[in-house]
Design a protein around this ligand. Structure first.
Ligand code: MIG
Length: 884
């Protein structure tokens, strides 16, 4: 509200260029506000890999301001900037290779960032830099609860109206012990009119103009049945925004964990075109410009400008700062069966058996809050789960896993060890009076662990030790819910901003980090219980930048309606672009009961999304995949089996997300950055670079319009192998059987020849390669393989990373990373070459030892698909197949 009183115009900040100091790490100078004369310290540095960091803090704050810890994986490596120009009112800094120039203007203070002469973005060009310096409380009042009555007074002073020292929110009073501390600034993105990112909102892919409505809000909240097309923040936040134009992608990462608003406005501005000759008059053309205004309640301004220039560069730059996706254990890429709740051991066994009975693969069954003794996490309901270990042994024999929920609120109950220990140790978040903050949640009165404290995180991690967590075994993994945190009857259903954390930081400073820290501690706990050997699996509802390092996220309580299936695609794409590849939406929709057709369509979409879990609410009817008649069961089975067959490809994509920060699920535009028609596409997406998936999100659809981008591309029907007539928008007939999926020419996709009961049952199943030829009759693809569960791939380099190349009618298998070694008995059994020009005369396969053998093949003239069978070529060895 206070920031919004500041309108676009000339900024009152002036840079004091005499104060400039230059070191190997950064350039520092002060800026002054012409009216209040408060000095701010500006620090600019260049970070390796085309990233610029700009920090603004008070030169001498009354109290240290909060700086987000633990999100950056390390202190970034900086590169020295040079002063290339310094004259009256202007300072120009250049990077070593002179590719980038930062021009600082003194009056008013502005920063412009150029890449090879092209202005990419500028800061404070609309004069919206805003920085509330910390002040002592006004002498006539102290920021204590005694003022509660004063606040409800109708005769408020002007100050009260602006909520400087306290604020009423419904019946809640927020006492701001340190007064106003808000910060904000604007950026102009030159030539850009497509912006993406800043999850999580129930919104479309492209960020919209907010000029005549609400700003996008980043404030993690538990919003049951969140509405579609809302700017309110739900569950998780990643303050990363991407801007794209055909020639470049840029990113802004605003590292601030307090409540944040983002205003966006795109307009056309006149750009002068230089005249070619003196006779010609200078021309103007309209170019787009997007203004992005960030406003945060607290903290400092700490912003990273990611210069790309490609989208993949942005992902790498962001990962360089916040880390890459943790490599998931293979089982967690299988299908997960969840429900609130699977009632008891018999229920678990029956559901598990149901999958075998109906021949549907699945890997994990989940237990929601009812499995505990009165919502005391880390315990079991003794009646319903009398022998949890035995139940897990049963699942283990079936080569399946169990996930249980562990929420952050702790029941106030002196008899509950977790509570009494945490209480004694002072591990709970405090209220503003220094008492343990108490809120209502599932168990009734609850306290909240202060995960921002490293000691609490360590203690919490230790709770997952097998000897401490009674009834847990190594097939048990964890789900962190309600970690916004959700506080029933709290302001906006969350914790009061004036609650107090570790080191006396108020909750307002750390709010958006709470879930991030819980997942961090949980993942650490699972690693530690295995003595550092096993990869964890932790699903979290709340998240922040960097959460990708700890596991998976899901989109929370969606509704069983078509519109939610539809919006789940842009929501997952947005989370993926923000660095979190391992994401999914509740299949079927959490709230309500999907009609069978919707459920089927959701399974078909979910099967081609990173995290694949069916889940339903307590009030929803049972929803196991075989409850909707024979035909629907058959179709869902097929969708899940397709997922399992595709796992080698998916796992390879996750390895690339892990090592090269490439999102698993991608919007079309990042694969086709020059094709403007892809920029707004949100009803289809790419899985890796090879598969284009178009879920069916309309009821009773007979056909869908599919955009197959790129005039020089060839696309093939993924199931029928048929080459699509031409790229462009095609009307594709659909039946309920499946959704349109296409393979891009030029790619090789590794698959399993068939699905098994779970991923562990499939280890020895042989492989099949789908080689889709491009216009040059070439293709290339990869396969990553390891034990699927441990850290040996990292510590002992036990992995296989293979490359498949098709060139001049020879398909060869070679090693991509010689440093990795892993032995497998598995073979490539079958190869299908799509778009092969003519019937071959003979085909031979040569293995490493020089042995040559003839290969059986069939050629389908109708589809131009060439199938090579009974190959039995080792996955871990080099070989060649020559087609003559
Ligand atoms: O407010 O644990 O989003 O997946 O089943 C409900 C019960 C609390 C919310 C989660 C949902 C979960 C449910 N939880």
């Amino acid at each position: 509200r206070r920031q919004k009183l500041l309108h676009c115009g000339k900024s009152l900040y002036r840079a004091l260029l005499d104060s400039v100091t230059l070191s190997d790490e950064n350039v520092r100078f002060q800026i002054i506000h012409e009216e209040n004369k408060v000095l701010l310290q500006v620090e600019i540095c260049e970070i390796e890999g085309s990233i610029f960091r700009l920090k603004i803090d008070e030169a001498s704050p009354l109290r240290t301001r909060y700086k987000v810890p633990d999100v950056l994986i390390k202190e970034p490596t900086t590169q020295k900037l040079f002063i290339s120009q310094k004259e009256a009112g202007i300072l120009v800094l250049s990077s070593i290779n002179e590719d980038y120039k930062l021009q600082v203007t003194a009056t008013p203070f502005q920063v412009e960032l150029q890449s090879k002469g092209e202005t990419v973005l500028s800061m404070n060009s609309n004069g919206l830099l805003y920085f509330e310096h910390l002040q002592p409380p006004p002498s006539d009042r102290k920021p204590t609860a005694e003022n509660e009555e004063a606040a409800s007074d109708s005769s408020k002073e002007k100050q009260e109206d602006l909520s400087l020292w306290q604020e009423k929110f419904g019946s809640f009073l927020d006492i701001k012990a340190h007064g106003p501390s808000s910060v904000g600034v604007d950026f102009s993105l030159h030539g850009f009119d497509h912006v993406y990112g800043i999850p999580q909102h129930t919104e479309g892919l492209l960020l919209k103009n907010t000029s005549d409505g609400d700003a996008y809000r980043l404030y993690n909240l538990d919003i049951f049945g969140h509405k579609i097309h809302d700017k309110i923040g739900i569950y998780g936040s990643v303050p990363l925004l991407l801007a794209h134009k055909p020639s470049r992608t840029s990113g802004i990462f605003w590292l601030n964990s307090s409540e944040t608003l983002v205003d966006i406005s795109t307009k056309a501005v006149a750009e002068h075109m230089p005249s070619r000759s003196a006779a010609e008059t200078a021309k103007q053309r309209a170019v787009p410009l997007t203004d992005v205004r960030w406003m945060s309640e607290s903290g400092i301004i700490d912003v990273f400008l990611l210069m790309g220039p490609t989208a993949f560069d942005i992902f790498k730059q962001f990962a360089q700062l916040t880390g890459t996706q943790a490599l998931p254990p293979l089982f967690s890429l299988g299908y997960h069966q969840c429900r609130w709740n699977y009632e008891d051991e018999q229920d678990v066994k029956a559901v598990d058996a149901g999958f075998d009975e109906h021949d549907i693969p699945y890997d994990v069954i989940w237990l929601d809050i009812e499995h505990t003794d009165g919502k005391r996490y880390f315990t079991w309901d003794k009646k319903k789960f009398q022998n949890p270990r035995k139940m897990q042994e049963h699942l283990r024999k079936k080569k399946r896993k169990l996930v249980v929920i562990v929420d952050p609120h702790i029941k106030v109950d002196p008899m509950y060890t977790l509570y009494s220990q945490a209480k004694d140790k002072g591990y709970f978040v405090k209220d503003r009076n220094g008492q343990d903050f108490e809120g209502i949640c599932w168990p009734g009165s609850s306290c909240y662990l202060d995960f921002t404290n490293p000691e609490v995180r360590k203690w919490y991690a230790d709770q997952f030790a097998f000897k401490t967590y009674k009834g847990s075994t190594n097939i048990l993994f964890v789900w962190n819910d309600m970690n916004e945190p959700s506080v029933f009857k709290g302001a906006e259903l969350t914790m009061q901003k004036d609650a107090v954390h570790y080191n006396n930081w108020e909750h307002r400073e750390v709010h958006n980090l709470y879930g991030f820290y819980q997942q961090m501690a949980t993942a650490e706990g699972l690693i530690r219980r295995s003595l550092g050997k096993e990869r964890p699996f932790v699903l979290t509802r709340s998240f922040f930048a960097g959460s990708q390092r700890y596991g998976a996220v899901w989109t929370g309580d969606n509704t069983a309606e078509w519109a939610y299936l539809k919006v789940s695609i842009p929501m997952l794409l947005t989370i993926s672009m923000a660095g979190i590849s391992f994401c999914g939406a509740d299949v079927g929709g959490f709230i309500g009961d999907p009609e069978p057709e919707l459920l089927v369509r959701w399974y078909q979409a979910g099967a081609y999304q990173p995290f694949f879990r069916g889940h339903s609410n307590m009030e929803s009817k049972r929803r196991e995949p075989w409850l909707f008649g024979k035909k629907n069961t058959q179709i869902i089975r097929e969708a899940i089996r397709e997922r399992y067959v595709l796992l080698p490809y998916l796992y390879t994509l996750f390895y690339r997300a892990h090592t090269a920060a490439e999102p698993v699920m991608r919007p079309l535009w990042i694969e086709f950055p020059g094709k403007t028609e892809t920029f707004g596409v949100e009803n289809e997406y790419m899985l890796g670079n090879a598969l284009l998936v178009h879920p069916v999100t309309e009821q009773d659809a007979k056909a869908v319009s599919v955009l197959l981008p790129g005039s020089e591309e060839i696309w093939y029907d993924f199931r029928k192998f048929k080459r699509m007539e031409y790229p462009g928008t095609l009307k594709i007939p659909v039946t309920l059987e499946n959704i349109p999926v296409f393979q891009r020419g030029g790619t090789v996709i590794p698959l399993k020849t068939t699905a098994g009961k779970s991923t562990e049952w499939m280890i020895d199943i042989s492989y099949e390669l789908h080689v889709a030829l491009d216009t040059e009759a070439c293709a290339i693809g990869e396969l990553y393989l390891d034990d699927g569960h441990s850290f040996q791939y990292l510590h002992k380099k036990q992995f296989l990373y293979r490359k498949f190349t098709f060139h001049k009618n020879i398909l060869s298998s070679s090693c991509t990373d010689e440093s990795g070694q892993y032995h497998t008995k598995c073979v490539v059994e079958r190869v299908i070459v799509l778009g092969f020009g003519q019937q071959p005369t003979f085909v031979t396969a040569c293995s490493q030892d020089g042995k040559e053998k003839e290969v059986i093949f069939t050629y389908d003239m109708r589809t131009s698909a060439l199938t090579l069978d009974n190959l039995a070529l080792s996955v871990d060895a080099d070989w060649e197949i020559c087609i003559n």
